[in-house]
Design a protein around this ligand. Structure first.
Ligand SMILES: Nc1ncnc2c1ncn2[C@@H]1O[C@H](COP(=O)(O)OP(=O)(O)OP(=O)(O)O)[C@@H](O)[C@H]1O
Ligand SMILES: [Mg+2]
Length: 248
């Protein structure tokens, strides 16, 4: 199997991107898949919840764009379920506007080592998003079932189509993942129906239910499948990993 490079993006902040990347990577790792998380968010949240210190003086993802040898940027969290290229506050002031495409082959020398490369993206950084979509094979969109979270989707898909036409014809939208799901409200049901009508059942994944254990796990810097293996969210991440392994 050749590596699947998946960008996780949603223009809205707080829409579950980081939670999805880290916990899905752990669930895939638990099933024996080799995963690399790439934290391209200057907020360093994926780094923090993976148990690394974002205030480290070491080189991180920012140095990817500074001709640093990529293998030397890879770290392994203590749980060893995935590898990570962390983001460190002292090394993430990179700006890619205008030079996003210079780095298109950045993962080529490590791609044979991994089954999945999962990229966490920040809200509101079109330069980083353009780079990520240019180097990825897939886009996945974590999506709370709320009207405002859907607002940015059309814009994001506009960018995806531009990039697929100009730079990366093979990229696909492979998943919209409902997150923080609470199907007791009419509103959530209406949004889910609209998503399914628009994108079809294959693109819309089962999703991750709202579960306070997710925030607790992040606080303890552990993936949910280790922190609360019997929780609703741990079950949902196992199922999402299964869906990914079946798909595409
Ligand atoms: N299924 C869930 N149940 C309960 N809380 C959740 C769930 N998923 C995410 N959260 C919480 O929602 C908040 C936002 O999630 P997260 O940080 O993953 O979003 P994000 O899109 O990465 O945010 P940003 O745009 O700032 O990078 C976090 O506090 C997280 O713990
Ligand atoms: Mg985030």
């Amino acid at each position: 199997m050749s590596v699947r490079i998946i960008t996780f993006a949603n223009k809205k902040g707080g829409s579950g991107k980081t939670t999805t990347v880290v916990n899905l990577a752990a669930a895939l790792g638990n099933k024996g898949k080799k995963c690399l998380v790439v934290d391209l968010d200057p907020q360093c949240h994926a780094t923090l919840i993976s148990g690394l210190n974002p205030y480290s003086p070491l080189k991180g993802a920012g140095s990817l764009f500074n001709n640093f040898h990529i293998e030397n940027l890879i770290k392994t969290p203590s749980h060893k379920l995935f590898d990570i290229i962390p983001s460190f506050h002292k090394d993430n002031s990179y700006i890619l506007y205008g030079s996003e495409l210079k780095y298109k082959d950045i993962f080529s020398e490590i791609s044979s080592k991994y089954d999945f490369i999962l990229i966490d993206t920040p809200p509101g950084r079109e330069d980083i998003l353009t780079f990520c979509l240019s180097v990825s094979t897939e886009l996945m969109v974590p999506m709370p079932l709320q009207f405002l979270a859907m607002e940015g989707l059309a814009q994001l898909l506009g960018l995806l189509y531009t990039i697929s036409e100009k730079y990366n014809p093979n990229i696909i939208l492979s998943g919209i993942i409902p997150v923080m799901v609470d199907m007791r409200t009419k509103h959530a049901n209406a949004i889910l129906k609209e998503l399914k009508d628009t994108f079809g059942n294959d693109v819309i994944k089962r999703g991750i239910r709202i579960d306070i254990k997710i925030s607790e796990a992040a606080w303890h810097q552990l993936p949910i499948i280790l922190y609360a293996p019997r929780s609703k969210a741990a079950y949902d991440f196992h199922m999402l990993a299964e869906e990914l392994l079946l798909g595409v």
